[in-house]
Structure formats: structure tokens, C-alpha cells
Design a protein around this ligand. Structure first.
Ligand code: SAH
Ligand code: SF4
Length: 336
């Protein structure tokens, strides 16, 4: 798909034209300019000449159909992954990427191992949701939720991520409530501060993974720049400004961060009124082992005894390598 020239084509036309074209694209999910019959023919021809609506993608569907992974080729040949998770309650969550790779280098993350090539444009971020919107349209369903938990660090591509959020949120287009959109960050405080000023009810998720600087620093290089004291101060300010609970993402790594001491550390670090904890099952990428089932249960029980609200992320799409932290690495390997 290539919509970079859309603005140029629509230049000088009345404002309603832009809205009309965008409604075809982002509300009706039309895949062909020829179907935009209410547009003048010469405009349709020009759009066809300068823009492309075709999404080049390989699709992988899990055995039970609850997960759809898509590997999208961008116009410069870069490839990104996005995943659709179909929940039993009818929600359809798109987990999308915001960068090609990621520069943050978290030791447990496959995307982090790739390094970063570039930021995605606003339209490239949109392309991922659009792919699933078109896919679901065939059965009369829609994407109900979007999470930035694919490849990349959203706070490093802030303007395009927020531009995208506004289109999703816009009643004229996707009309998705901000509360259905989640932005996950490894803890870049400038971005968290900017987000606090947006006056948008999006969900903020913070990848914490350990309550101590020593351990977090070994897992996540970002901790050297923004240690926990600064991060917590920023998150608490965020809560005070926005008033919405923050999701703490906590990867369960066997023998690394799943002990009683860690429960105690989380208890001391986090206010139960401001944070809830989402335990993430580790998808092995080489360096660590996932926590054992009985220990995850024990860890969760102990956190609940301390008064925390704790959720547990179901593992979607492992059979098709569509789980968190596994995105894009397989294809990269094939190229070597
Ligand atoms: N860069 C952002 C968002 C993308 S990562 C961030 O770090 O928050 C989305 C989530 O996937 C993060 O919580 C991250 O810690 C987690 N993740 C990374 N590698 C993983 C793996 N191998 N198994 C499970 N979760 C992983
Ligand atoms: Fe980047 Fe997030 Fe992976 Fe860390 S966990 S390397 S920030 S994508």
C-alpha cells in the first residue's frame, strides 16, 4: 500500500473530498479506487496512478483460527509483522508494530536482537489495522482493540503513533474508543510525559519486568538511562494527570524475577490503586526459560494477597510464531 501521495493528489480540492476518500479507506475499508463511485472519474484515475491500496502480505492462521499473523512487505522491501487475536467474547485485537525492528536491545526480546532499521510512517502503521479490517469485513466483524505490542518502541515514533491514534479515534473513520487502544513502552519518560498532556483516554502499559534497578538493568538497557526512581516518579505524575490505571507488564522468567523477593519488591514499588499487573508468559528466544506453571500461579496468588489486581496474558499464536517478542525474527533468519 502506498498512500504517501494522497495529500498531493487532494491538494487544492475542497476539504470534503479528503474526508470522502478517507471514509472510503478507513470507514468502509474499500480496497479499490474504482469502487469509490461518488468520486469524480478523473480523481479516481489520478488516485490510481499515484497511490496503491494493495497490501502485500503473507498470512499465517493458527490451527484453531484464533490468531492471524501477517507479514507485510512495505514499499522499500522492509517487512513488519502484525497479529490479530480473536477473543471468545467477540473482541478482535490487533497487535501492531511501529518500527522496523527496535533499538532498545532488551535481552529477552527477539525484535530487540534485530536492531532498528527505521520508523514506520503513519500510513504504514495504519496499513496493519487496515489489513485486519478488510479481513474481518468479509464476515461482518471489525477490529475492536489495538495494542502497540508488536515490533518497536512507540515513544520513539511518537508523532506517527499519535497521528494514527487520532485517525482510529475519529468518529468519521474507525471510530474506535481511545480506551480500546493501548500503548506499551519500555519506559522512555519523555514519551510518557507527552502522553500525559494529550488528554486522551488511551491505555498506558509499562514493561517493568523487575522491581530492582540491578535486575531490570540486566534485562533492559533502557534502565541505565531511566532508572526506577525516575520512571516511577514519571508514572505517578502520569496517573495524577490522567487518572487511569497503568498496566505493568511483567515477564515471567524462571529463577530471574519470579521469587518471593520480587513479590515484595513490587509491593513496595507500586501503588495498588494506580497500577495493575499483567503477567506475561515468556516466549523463549534463547537466553532465559519461562517460569514454571506452578510458580506463576504462586507468584500471582502472592501478588493478589498483597492487594494487587493481576491479569495473565494468554499465549496466542505460538504455533505460527506470532507471540510477543517473536515477531519478524524467523523471516530474518531465512534471509541469512
Ligand atoms: N517496545 C514496547 C512495545 C513492544 S514489546 C515495550 O517494550 O513495551 C511488547 C511487550 O512484549 C513488552 O512488554 C515486552 O516486554 C514483551 N516481550 C518482549 N519479548 C518477549 C518474549 N520473548 N516473550 C514474551 N513477551 C515479550
Ligand atoms: Fe524493543 Fe520492546 Fe523488544 Fe525492548 S521489549 S527490544 S523495547 S520491542
Amino acid at each position: 500500500m502506498d498512500l504517501e501521495k494522497l495529500k498531493e493528489v487532494l491538494e487544492g480540492m475542497p476539504a470534503f473530498r479528503e474526508k470522502q476518500v478517507k471514509q472510503f479507506l478507513f470507514k468502509n475499508f474499500v480496497e479499490d479506487f474504482d469502487e469509490m463511485l461518488s468520486l469524480p472519474k478523473d480523481l479516481r484515475e489520478k488516485l490510481k496512478e499515484k497511490c496503491s491500496l494493495e497490501i502485500t502480505a503473507e498470512v499465517f492462521i493458527s490451527e484453531n483460527g484464533d490468531t492471524v499473523k501477517v507479514l507485510i512487505s512495505l514499499t522499500d522491501g522492509a517487512r513488519i509483522e502484525a497479529v490479530l487475536m480473536r477473543h471468545e467474547d467477540g473482541r478482535n485485537t490487533a497487535c501492531i508494530s511501529c518500527q522496523v525492528g527496535c533499538p532498545m536491545g532488551c535481552t529477552f526480546c527477539a525484535t530487540g536482537k534485530m536492531g532498528v532499521t527505521r520508523n514506520l510512517t503513519l500510513f504504514e502503521i495504519l496499513e496493519q489495522v487496515l489489513f485486519f479490517s478488510r479481513y474481518l469485513k468479509k464476515e461482518g466483524a471489525v477490529v475492536t482493540n489495538v495494542v502497540f505490542m508488536g515490533m518497536g518502541e512507540p515513544m520513539l515514533n511518537y508523532d506517527n503513533v499519535m497521528g494514527f491514534v487520532r485517525i482510529l479515534n475519529d468518529k468519521n473513520y474507525f471510530n474506535m474508543g481511545a480506551r480500546h487502544i493501548s500503548i506499551s513502552t519500555c519506559g522512555l519518560i519523555e514519551g510518557i510525559k507527552r502522553l500525559a498532556e494529550e488528554k486522551l483516554q488511551v491505555n498506558l502499559a509499562i514493561s517493568l519486568h523487575s522491581p530492582t534497578d540491578e535486575k531490570r538493568g540486566r534485562l533492559m538497557p533502557v534502565n541505565a538511562k531511566y532508572p526506577l526512581a525516575i520512571l516511577m516518579e514519571t508514572l505517578n505524575d502520569y496517573y495524577e494527570k490522567v487518572g487511569r490505571k497503568i498496566m505493568v507488564e511483567y515477564l515471567m522468567l524462571d529463577g530471574v524475577n519470579d521469587t518471593d523477593e520480587d513479590v515484595e519488591g513490587l509491593h513496595k514499588l507500586l501503588s495498588k490503586e494506580r497500577f495493575f499487573i499483567n503477567l506475561i508468559m515468556y516466549n523463549p528466544t534463547g537466553m532465559f526459560s519461562p517460569s514454571l506453571g506452578w510458580n506463576v500461579k504462586r507468584f500471582k496468588d502472592n501478588l493478589e494477597k498483597k492487594g494487587f489486581t493481576v491479569t495473565q496474558r494468554y499465549r496466542y499464536g505460538r504455533g505460527i510464531k506470532a507471540a510477543c517478542g517473536q515477531l519478524a525474527i524467523e523471516k530474518k533468519k531465512c534471509e541469512c
